[in-house]
Write a protein that binds this ligand. Structure first.
Ligand SMILES: *[C@@H]1O[C@H](CO)[C@@H](O)[C@H](O)[C@H]1NC(C)=O
Ligand SMILES: *[C@@H]1O[C@H](CO)[C@@H](O)[C@H](O)[C@H]1NC(C)=O
Ligand SMILES: *[C@@H]1O[C@H](CO)[C@@H](O)[C@H](O)[C@H]1NC(C)=O
Ligand SMILES: *[C@@H]1O[C@H](CO)[C@@H](O)[C@H](O)[C@H]1NC(C)=O
Ligand SMILES: *[C@@H]1O[C@H](CO)[C@@H](O)[C@H](O)[C@H]1NC(C)=O
Ligand SMILES: *[C@@H]1O[C@H](CO)[C@@H](O)[C@H](O)[C@H]1NC(C)=O
Length: 436
């Protein structure tokens, strides 16, 4: 182990010599004597000195005894490196305000090979990274700025302690310009249902779940345009995934900006930045976006990811989705992306987790599968992990079970990439299993 690590350090010295320019400061460059990654620059695609922090090791320690735990323990000395199997979901929102520059950099440091920007548009039709068209009231400090708060689609209304009506506001990216958006700070996703005033309504003093943290929300976490996010990710030698967020304002916006214009503008932004389509995974929950990209620009359509939440929307949605998979494949969809729970089911006779009928049907249809999102559920001791572990809640009961589920979706359901709110966990698994 010691010998092989010093060989790797030597290899990374050679790579470091031809490293990328480092617009974010010299600290970013791979440091010759601390090269904690293996493989070649071409294979890893980045020169990042990947650091996973204590969490994956905690999770491995917390696992139930067995061969999977033994295998994961055997990898504890690394080496750790960037993996395209590991997708940063919204940056690193377990700890960092989502879709902030600081969160993206944290995810890159944790070995995410692909960094996500959820794309929404502003009133001047610029593209920005926000998880929802209208979430500024609970992911930024917009309500603290009276001038910008006045532009919100729906103003702040305090908690009504007589009727019990929760506090509310609705602030959309399309309510403000890019310049105004750039003046906002990203905050932890949190609302305070009983807020009585605006200063009560910040994520940082709001109901950020106690298993996340506001540590990185006190100094202004930078909000980013898609262009800036592309430049940042490119400077780190990593790849891209951009989701066309379903607009919450009527389309066409401002009378003439259509859904197709929006889908095309995302493509154009990557083209203008000189990014090869093979490095971009566009996503949408709207099948029409996927079919648009397939028809208009097949180079981007080929890697478009159809996010499938139909199972969450109607009582028969799961069955409808399973039945539709062969047809989607026939229509050119290559990658399907359901939430974790749709891919697994409990085999109660043996107390194990196995692939679901959805996973089997997706494999049979020849679809590639990407799933979302690990590290978003909080402690698995609570309610068997909740939503993302629906159907297997009775088997999931300790934090280490997360690796068990990651292993089932990977080795048995055959997912090719995984989104996570804390990339280190997926990078650890990918590096240990030799997944590039
Ligand atoms: C980025 O994508 C390209 C094309 O698919 C691939 O060759 C490269 O290894 C990827 N880099 C990373 C860091 O995943
Ligand atoms: C798990 O393995 C450890 C180390 O071998 C042992 O001390 C412990 O008792 C085992 N736990 C269970 C529940 O079997
Ligand atoms: C409701 O809020 C008002 C104003 O803050 C306060 O005076 C009153 O005591 C509250 N009533 C209850 C039932 O909490
Ligand atoms: C906002 O409400 C909180 C109680 O929820 C109160 O402690 C605080 O003083 C209020 N701030 C202002 C500026 O009214
Ligand atoms: C397994 O058992 C749990 C708990 O009793 C139940 O909720 C679940 O529906 C069962 N799953 C299957 C696939 O039978
Ligand atoms: C995953 O791939 C393996 C090997 O090709 C195959 O045997 C297995 O059935 C696939 N899993 C599912 C759920 O179809």
């Amino acid at each position: 182990m010691v010998a092989s690590q010093s060989l790797l350090a030597a290899a990374s010295f050679a790579i470091g010599a031809s490293a990328l320019p480092s617009p974010w400061g010299g600290w970013w460059s791979p440091r010759p004597n601390q090269g904690g990654y293996g493989g070649s620059a071409a294979a890893s695609g980045s020169g990042i000195n990947v650091q996973l922090g204590p969490r994956p090791f905690y999770l491995v320690n917390n696992m139930d005894n067995g061969t999977l735990k033994d295998k994961l323990e055997s990898c504890s000395n690394g080496p750790f490196k960037t993996s395209s199997f590991s997708i940063s979901h919204r940056g690193a929102p377990l700890m960092f305000p989502e879709h902030s520059k600081q969160g993206y950099i944290a995810a890159a440091r944790m070995g995410a090979g692909i960094i996500e920007c959820d794309v929404s548009f502003t009133s001047d039709r610029e593209l920005v990274c926000r998880h929802s068209n209208c979430d500024l009231q609970y992911t930024t400090n917009i309500l603290a700025n009276p001038e910008l708060a006045a532009k919100c689609s729906e103003p702040f209304v305090p908690y009504n302690n007589v009727t019990g009506e929760p506090a509310s506001a609705k602030c959309c990216t399309s309510d403000i310009t890019l310049a105004e958006f750039k003046g906002l700070c990203a905050e932890m996703e949190a609302t305070t249902f009983n807020a009585l005033n605006v200063s009560d309504h910040f994520g940082r003093i709001g109901d950020t779940p106690d298993w996340r943290t506001n540590m990185y929300a006190y100094s202004c976490a930078e909000t980013m345009s898609l262009k800036e996010q592309i430049a940042l990710v490119e400077s780190m030698g990593l790849n891209f995934t951009a989701e066309a967020k379903t607009p919450e304002v009527p389309m066409p916006f401002q009378g003439d900006y259509t859904q197709e214009d929006f889908a095309q503008q995302i493509v154009d932004t990557f083209v203008d930045a000189g990014i090869d389509p093979s490095r971009v995974w566009l996503q949408s929950f709207l099948p029409d976006d996927i079919f648009y990209w397939l028809a208009q620009d097949n180079a981007f359509g080929e890697q478009a990811v159809y996010l499938d939440e139909r199972a969450d929307l109607t009582a028969d949605g799961y069955d409808v989705a399973v039945a539709s998979l062969p047809d989607l494949a026939a229509r050119g969809v290559k990658i399907i992306s359901p939430s974790i729970w749709q891919l697994v089911t409990a085999d109660n006779a043996t107390g194990t987790i196995i692939p679901s009928s959805y996973a089997i049907a997706a494999n049979e249809a020849g679809l590639e599968i990407i799933t979302w999102s690990f590290e978003r559920s909080g402690p698995l001791e609570v309610e068997g992990g909740g939503y993302y572990y629906t159907g297997v809640n009775n088997i999931v009961n300790n934090d280490g079970d997360e690796f068990y589920v990651i292993d089932v979706v990977t080795q048995q359901a055959n997912v090719t990439k995984i989104f996570a709110d804390w990339a280190a966990t997926i990078t650890y698994y990918a590096n240990c299993m030799g997944l590039e």
